[in-house]
Design a protein around this ligand. Structure first.
Ligand SMILES: [Zn+2]
Length: 549
């Protein structure tokens, strides 16, 4: 950790009181252009970068490119004297393994990729389960705050649990936060809770609606090489097997058990649901190749002129899903929009901030994370090893999948209703001709699916904006159709490629709004907070107490 502490405290206070808006802000804003934004997307999404998987030659190319860009802008290295923050990873390559489920007088073979995707996050080369009893535990949620416990009265230790994705609010608006998915709905939570309950295996039933994405996304995201942060216990605290089965497979399994999946699903939506033993037994032998690897976050900083020990963070992930040679045809996951567009935004912001004289009062950190696609690992590592302590980190402004389809009249806030950053963003967006709109699909839990969530989890106000849908000079519904097309045919697929027909004026507009947001924060003394009742607020309050000491 590097501290840019004020050496003379009194001087810092005086400088803060005298601070004025940076005179070069207009020039900095003007530097953010569609033409400038295209180049980095093109570079990073080229086939030569191989889909930017961590710890591959594609990583070397990606981080070299980002580092050289930051260096050319005159930004300081963020991690000691380097732009690269090492992130130790465990690489687990599981051999494709089928599951055998016996019971109801027969044995069903669940084929890898077709019916299920499983892996282990344990550093364990051989995992075997033999005739392991299966239990349906509804949503697999233990949430005292919502007076909900799917594990009440059942001991799942050493057993296989089958769980639904999302939370009960998906089906019943009166439960949890209604359609606005809580963290209890995320697969990461399901795995974490399975481990806390001591389950041997956890299988999430995939369904397009409540998952927020199709089976193809599960297949592409969970097959092949998998990374975790290298943990001291080798991840032995986790369930031995983690994975997904698709909806059709769930229907067949429950039929085999003489159970009605649809009826049980409905029962699981009601308070007081009790887990149901399935009278099925699961067997699996999973061989994994385990290797320790080193990946890197790329981090650059513009030290604050008067409060260098306080920082605003901009983040975007440089990694994507790599190359899957087993796929027919194009098998490079170029990740042009996801998240080449965010990286281009990060570089444009860095360049714009570097043009400011004097520099903003607080430091501005530009963080290109690794292994976001592997479960927000680079961001998780960063918040454990921040450049500026989290109590003094003003906000994280994350960029993941940016608008590439032209100018809009609106800007979407993912996870709307959480923090005062939304008010600041509303003002910044207004200056760029956009109004703020809530995420139209909060049930997909996007707020928990990108790097800013690691900051939020630790109390740092964090915001993810997404493209608006109301496109200038386009008919009503055009934006919805454009993004529906992206998510159906490009997102997490080899087809997420640079398209010369994109209109990046909308990206420039979005980035300019985020520049205004970050500059406002970097030049103020404000500590934006979570709204009352948001669970992350408790940690932020602790941070405020720390700052006051
Ligand atoms: Zn992404």
């Amino acid at each position: 950790m590097i501290r840019f502490g004020c050496t003379v405290f009194l001087l810092c206070l005086t400088a803060a009181a005298a601070a004025a808006p940076a005179p070069d802000a207009a020039q900095a804003l003007a530097s953010i252009s569609a033409a400038e934004l295209a180049a980095p997307i093109k570079v990073l999404s080229a086939d030569a970068f191989g889909g930017r998987a961590p710890a591959t030659p594609g990583e070397v190319k990606s981080i070299d490119y980002l580092r050289s860009q930051f260096q050319a802008m005159g930004l300081k290295p963020g991690w000691h004297d380097s732009y690269l923050q090492p992130v130790p990873l465990t690489q687990i390559t599981a051999e494709p393994a089928d599951l055998a489920v016996s019971g109801g007088g027969k044995t069903m073979d669940l084929r890898y990729l077709r019916d299920q995707v499983i892996l282990t996050e344990r550093e364990q080369p051989l995992v075997t389960l033999k005739n392991n009893p299966m239990i349906f535990v509804g949503y697999g949620i233990d949430a005292p705050g919502y007076d909900w416990n799917d594990f009440a009265g059942v001991d799942v230790r050493g057993k296989t649990i089958v769980v639904l994705v999302n939370d009960p609010g998906y089906a019943d608006p009166k439960l949890f936060n209604g359609k606005d998915m809580t963290y209890y709905g995320r697969w990461t939570y399901k795995y974490e809770e399975a481990a806390r309950q001591g389950a041997a295996a956890v299988l999430i039933v995939h369904q397009d609606g409540p998952a927020g994405y199709g089976w193809g996304v599960v297949q592409n995201s969970w097959s092949g090489v998998k990374f975790t942060l290298a943990e001291p216990d080798g991840n032995m605290h986790r369930a031995a097997i983690e994975g997904w089965i698709n909806h059709a497979t769930a229907l067949a399994l429950f039929r085999q058990a003489g159970l009605d999946f649809a009826a049980l699903e409905q029962a699981a939506d009601k308070p007081g649901f009790r887990a149901v033993p399935m009278n099925l037994n699961l067997s699996v032998t999973l061989h994994s190749d385990i290797v320790h690897k080193l990946s890197h976050n790329v981090v650059a900083v513009l030290p604050g002129s008067s409060h260098p020990g306080e920082a605003v963070v901009y983040s975007a992930h440089w990694d994507h899903l790599g190359t899957h040679p087993e796929l027919p045809g194009d098998h490079i996951f170029n990740g042009a929009v996801d998240d080449g567009s965010g990286d281009a935004a990060l570089l444009a912001l860095a360049k714009a901030f570097a043009l400011l004289h004097p520099r903003p009062r607080r430091s501005v950190i530009f963080l290109a994370t690794t292994s976001e696609e592997q479960g927000l690992l680079g961001a998780a590592w960063y918040v454990r090893h921040p450049l500026v302590p989290l109590a003094r980190t003003v906000a994280d402004i994350n960029m993941d999948i940016m608008n590439v389809y032209g100018r809009t009249r609106d800007l979407t806030v993912i996870g709307y209703g959480k923090s005062q950053l939304e008010d600041d963003l509303a003002a910044a967006a207004k200056a760029e001709g956009m109004g703020i709109t809530p995420d139209p699909h909060p049930e997909t839990g996007l707020y928990y699916r990108a790097d800013h969530f690691e900051f939020a989890k630790r109390g740092v106000p964090a915001i993810l904006s997404f493209s608006g849908y109301d496109y200038v000079d386009r008919p009503a519904g055009w934006g919805q159709a454009a993004w529906a097309e992206y998510f159906a045919h490009h997102y997490h697929k080899p087809a997420d490629e640079f398209d010369p027909h994109w209109d990046l004026s909308g990206l420039a507009q979005q980035v300019r709004a985020l520049f205004r947001l970050g500059l406002g924060l970097a030049d103020s003394d404000a500590w934006p907070d979570w709204y009352p009742g948001v669970p992350f607020k408790t940690l932020r309050d602790a941070g405020a107490a720390q700052r006051a000491q």
